[in-house]
Design a protein around this ligand. Structure first.
Ligand SMILES: [Zn+2]
Length: 410
């Protein structure tokens, strides 16, 4: 058994969210979280305690529910400011970005996010180039194997190639590696393929992911088959009409545990539908800003009890995969919301909420949960509980003092 002592423990357990002068006792799972000093003294007799240090904060390891590691080479090559300009630059530079990508590079990116406190990665795997890295990662992994295919006449062929890709990911399955499915988007996957993937995901009982209404151009294309997507689709996919509208697309996801990614341009009705489906939304504020997609309303999600998960997206639409950095951006961008409450919700979104949505027994420091724990030292004390989440987000360093996954120090 290990014991981590911390001046403050942010448990993410609503029953007792903040403990002062506490200890976490854990093996693979958390055995006990306590601030009772006589219990702590007894625990210390059983094992050597790890001191978190002065002004230390311990919290559950962070969960980045949506990223693309296959674009880890991207730095200054791409166009920002407009979705179509970005997409065109992605297509133009794709070969260069992918050619330059090595396993070592992805491993380094994963290490970097781990140091920064991300203990679970939800990675969209489009080509399988990241599989070896994900399979050997120290992090907990949800590998979202992505289906893309716009030609309904080739549906069988596309799906059987997809199943081959999925089988390779399945070889890495373990208590730390979930092999899951992703559907690229309503504009790039034919409905017959969408339905097959949703059904398969349900049978496998794994979470499902799909990009949805990221840009204004996507909305216009799905609504009326017009706008900036039109010439792009005619040229790239030989398509002159959308497969379905947004509402129809959502109807394919009944009873699926779906993470809808972005939704920055979803209207009230579509958000109602997502709420009705029991869906969650991955919110990547920096990516949305860089691609000119607009800002999702967190208030609208809250009113509909739709869980949101702050995530970084890939390095093709971000300058960093540091999740604390993304939370800082979210704090600044959602300027209309009450600051301390927003900070609390943001931290919950990348711990307890994300774990629930992804079906993981982590994200909370409470007895029986997997011991994914991080700690670092604040520069000074924070006595006001209400301001603690805010200061944690603002002051988290790029490298944690302690990172444990399944109770093992990494
Ligand atoms: Zn994405």
């Amino acid at each position: 058994m290990k014991i981590l002592l911390a001046d403050t423990i942010l448990t993410m357990d609503p029953a007792r969210p903040i403990l002062r002068g506490g200890a976490i006792a854990f093996d693979e799972n958390v055995a006990e979280v306590t601030d009772d000093q006589s219990t702590i003294a007894k625990l210390k007799e059983r094992a050597d305690a790890i001191e978190g240090g002065k002004n230390s904060v311990a919290l559950p390891g962070l969960i980045n529910a949506h990223t693309h590691l296959e674009f880890s080479k991207a730095t200054t090559e791409l166009n920002y400011g407009s979705f179509i300009a970005w997409l065109s630059s992605m297509i133009e530079k794709r070969e260069t970005l992918i050619k330059g990508l090595t396993k070592t590079h992805i491993d380094e990116v994963l290490e970097d996010t781990l140091r920064g406190g991300t203990t679970t990665i939800g990675a969209i795997s489009s080509y399988g180039f990241d599989l070896e890295s994900l399979g050997g990662a120290k992090q907990r992994v949800v590998c979202f194997n992505e289906l893309i295919g716009s030609n309904p006449d080739a549906a069988d062929q596309i799906f059987s190639a997809f199943l081959d890709k999925l089988a390779k990911s399945d070889e890495y399955r373990s208590d730390r590696f979930t092999s899951a499915l992703a559907i690229h988007s309503p504009y790039s996957v034919a409905p017959t393929l969408v339905k097959k993937a949703v059904a398969l995901s349900q049978t496998r009982q794994t979470p499902l992911s799909t990009h949805f209404l990221e840009s204004k151009s996507e909305r216009k294309w799905l609504e009326s088959g017009s706008g900036e997507f039109k010439s792009f689709f005619e040229k790239v996919f030989k398509l002159n009409a959308p497969f379905c509208n947004a509402k129809e697309f959502l109807s394919f996801f009944a009873d699926a545990r779906t993470v809808f990614v972005h939704c920055a341009n979803a209207d009230d009705e579509e958000l109602d539908a997502i709420g009705g489906l029991g869906g969650a939304i991955a919110h990547c504020p920096v990516s949305n800003r860089l691609l000119g997609c607009g800002l999702l309303s967190l208030e609208k999600l809250k009113n509909r009890e739709i869980p949101y998960l702050i995530a970084t997206d890939g390095l093709s639409s971000n300058y960093s995969l540091n999740l604390f950095g993304e939370l800082r951006s979210a704090l600044m961008m959602h300027e209309g919301l009450d600051l301390p409450l927003l900070a609390r919700d943001l931290l919950r979104s990348v711990t307890d909420s994300a774990a629930k949505v992804l079906g993981l027994n982590t994200g909370r420091l409470a007895s029986g949960y997997a011991a994914d724990i991080i700690s670092f030292r604040l520069p000074n004390e924070v006595n006001d509980d209400a301001l603690l989440p805010l200061q944690v987000i603002l002051r988290a360093p790029n490298a944690m003092d302690n990172v444990f996954i399944n109770g093992e120090r990494v």
